[in-house]
Design a protein around this ligand. Structure first.
Ligand code: PTJ
Length: 262
């Protein structure tokens, strides 16, 4: 696919040997997403917070993130019904990989945005369909169901999708809905660069990684292990301790912050 005009125009100014090239390209994708009505201005600010944590993590997938990603795949493969929740930032950054992940894990895709707007939901759904998704939930108002106990617009979910799923993958999410989904007995897998966020703490599996690195790895790992026996997948899940994993990521950040300048 050709890069959108704006992205093309802006990225050619970023030399490929620039030490921060990949980080700058992500920014351009979000600005482009903002210009196309996918990302809200608040999404650009939220990305800044994520970027700061990514910087402290060394801008690479850590051993702890790889471990969480493998467990996340096992849980998705073991689930009866799973859903992937999509917001503006995730659609702008990795729509193609989100669609691929939905196919390889047989998860349903649902648009669920914090800053609710029918027009933006439809734009996001259009992008997902363009990337190959044959079904996008969260845009049909007749299928709307409500998660009680949440004040934000994230409470509106699709009864066939998030509401009916036993596992939900969320990314760049607010803590309220994550906590509610866990209270409802669902397994929540989150992707969040901030290991101190409520989402990170409440999730069953927290992937402390940049979504742009996490998604392709989740797709590839699923392809590799999808034929494993259920008992082997269950063993990997049973051996995993999310709290331990989170503590390790926090320790890594502390160490990087106090070590001499890179
Ligand atoms: O499209 P909408 O309306 O649903 O809005 C999306 C945003 C992101 C604005 C909304 O979900 C929001 O306000 O999120 P928060 O509460 O700011 O949380 C976002 C979390 O994602 C923060 O903990 C960030 O550190 C983290 N984050 C930001 N960018 C990335 C990230 N985590 C992984 N990869 C990133 N690229």
């Amino acid at each position: 696919m050709r890069a959108p005009k704006l992205l093309e125009k802006m990225t050619h100014k970023i030399p490929s040997n620039h030490p921060r090239a990949s980080s700058l390209i992500i920014r351009e994708k979000l600005v482009d997403g903002f210009n196309r009505g996918i990302v809200v201005p608040q999404g650009l600010i939220a990305h800044g917070r994520g970027e700061a944590f990514d910087y402290l993590l060394g801008e690479k997938t850590t051993k702890y993130a790889y471990d969480a990603e493998k467990v996340a795949v096992c849980i998705l493969l073991l689930s009866d019904k799973s859903a992937i929740s999509i917001n503006g930032n995730t659609a702008a950054l990795c729509a193609k990989d989100l669609v691929k992940l939905s196919y390889v894990t047989k998860s349903r895709i649902e648009v669920n945005i914090f800053h609710r707007s029918v027009a933006r939901s439809n734009t996001i759904a259009r992008i997902l369909r363009k990337e190959g998704s044959h079904e996008v939930l969260g845009v049909n108002t007749k299928a709307k169901s409500i998660i009680y106990g949440i004040s934000s617009n994230r409470k509106f979910v699709d009864k066939e999708g998030i509401m009916d799923s036993d596992t939900v993958l969320v990314a760049l999410e607010d803590g309220d809905r994550t906590e509610s989904l866990v209270r409802m007995g669902k397994k929540v897998i989150s992707v969040d660069l901030n290991p101190l966020s409520r989402t990170a703490i409440a999730s069953n599996v927290t992937i402390i990684d940049n979504i742009v690195r996490a998604m392709p790895y989740l797709v590839e790992t699923t392809k590799k292990i999808k034929n494993m026996k259920r008992s082997s997948l269950e063993k990997i899940v049973d051996q995993y301790d999310n709290q331990y994993n989170l503590d390790k990521s926090i320790k890594l950040i502390r160490g990087n912050a106090s070590s001499k300048r890179r």
